[in-house]
Design a protein around this ligand. Structure first.
Ligand SMILES: *Cc1c(COP(=O)(O)O)cnc(C)c1O
Length: 369
């Protein structure tokens, strides 16, 4: 489907090709076990992922959106509640909020970054505010100290959307371990990707973990006894087996992603009209996307495409400007920074297996404008 480009925007070959024999062995094992849902492979992965994430509990679910939704449901979010969310994010963050009947309150991004501006949180808090839902966008951690301080001061829950940042650290602490209950996605192209849909909830709190576990399985802990009005959203045995194997390589892949990002940034620094991503020395990013900003985006995309290099945009239309949310009646002009990001962001190819020589092709086109 995307083979028309000499250099695709993304490729999973670098991760998967060398794992094929091991992977097929796992698939066969799951096949022969004849046990596909809520089995020992999920229990094993949940233990491993909790340990990796420095949390006490991990609950595997069907996908990242469900992980967010069940996290919010678990802390009791309901109609009328207000949740502070980034204005600039993937729509899934907002969909989890609105599906529960709660109201997303958009917060502008930082001046020179992509993440939620923690200095703007406090002025948006009302008596209806229940939680803050930060997103570690593109794999770069939010300013969690400031964010947790605001949450603690006002008695708010924090639910991290860690879908793009598995393996990232803020002040030496894993993202996805700060909030009361946190969600992540194992969508195939995420830093840790399954062979289909999958997601997880992480928390330090045993009571919240237990409740989330009920919600993902029809509200039931004992077969045919339903304590809560639950969902059907489980991480299946095949995905759990795949994720266990891939988790062993995640640190290596994340290191590679970071070094590829650093190579781009070094080579593209100082170019007129190109802003490369910056981050403070207190964070270790788990680079998910390498996103530059340029006022001449269309022109640059065309040039790269002409050189058979594929790019992508994350994200061209902010959630508040989507047709799906016309009914929220949000005044788009209130978010100049998020609007600007939607116009200027451009994602360049970055994935384990990409070579510096391939990056040079991209860099050369950008340099030769
Ligand atoms: C991918 C993603 C999600 C949703 O994950 P799915 O597994 O696709 O449901 C949520 N939030 C963010 C920021 C994401 O990037």
């Amino acid at each position: 489907m995307e083979t028309t480009f000499r250099l695709p925007f993304n490729s999973l070959h670098g991760q998967h090709d060398s794992l094929e024999v091991e992977m097929m062995k796992l698939v066969k094992e799951v096949y022969q076990s004849n046990w596909f849902i809520l089995g020992e492979r999920l229990q094993k992965f949940e233990k491993e992922f909790a340990a990796y994430s420095s949390v006490n509990h991990c609950v595997g679910v069907g996908n990242g959106l469900d992980a967010l939704k069940i996290s919010l449901k678990t802390i009791g979010i309901k109609k009328g509640d207000e949740i502070l969310v980034p204005a600039h994010t993937y729509i899934a963050t907002w969909l989890a909020v609105t599906e529960l009947g709660a109201t997303p309150i958009p917060i502008e991004p930082e001046q020179n970054g992509f993440n939620i501006d923690t200095l703007l949180l406090e002025e948006k808090i009302t008596s209806n505010t229940k939680a803050i839902l930060p997103v570690h966008l593109y794999g770069y951690p939010c300013k969690m100290d400031q964010l947790m301080a605001v949450a603690n001061k006002h008695g708010l829950f924090v639910v991290e959307d860690n879908a793009q940042a598995v393996g990232a650290k803020y002040k030496n602490k894993m993202t996805g371990s700060f909030g009361h209950i946190n969600a992540t996605s194992f969508y195939p192209t995420k830093n840790l990707g399954a062979f289909g849909d999958a997601g997880a909830i992480c928390t330090q709190d045993q009571t919240l973990a237990h409740k989330a576990r009920l919600f993902r399985n029809y509200g039931s802990a004992v077969k045919y006894e339903n304590d809560l009005e639950g969902y059907n959203s489980r991480l299946d045995e095949l995905q759990a087996a795949v994720l266990s194997l891939k988790l062993g390589y995640l640190e290596r892949w994340n290191k590679e992603r970071l070094s590829l990002a650093q190579y781009y940034s070094t080579q593209l620094s100082g170019l007129e009209d190109i802003l490369t991503p910056t981050y403070s020395s207190e964070v270790l990013p788990a680079v998910h996307l390498y996103v530059i900003r340029t006022k001449k985006r269309e022109q640059l995309i065309q040039k790269l495409n002409n050189a058979s290099i594929q790019t992508s945009i994350h994200y061209p239309i902010p959630p508040y400007a989507q047709k799906a949310y016309a009914h929220l009646g949000i005044d788009i002009n209130r978010f100049p920074l998020a609007n600007q990001l939607a116009k200027e962001c451009l994602s360049l190819p970055l994935y384990p297996g990409l070579t510096n020589a391939e990056q040079d092709q991209v860099i050369e086109v950008i340099n030769s404008r």
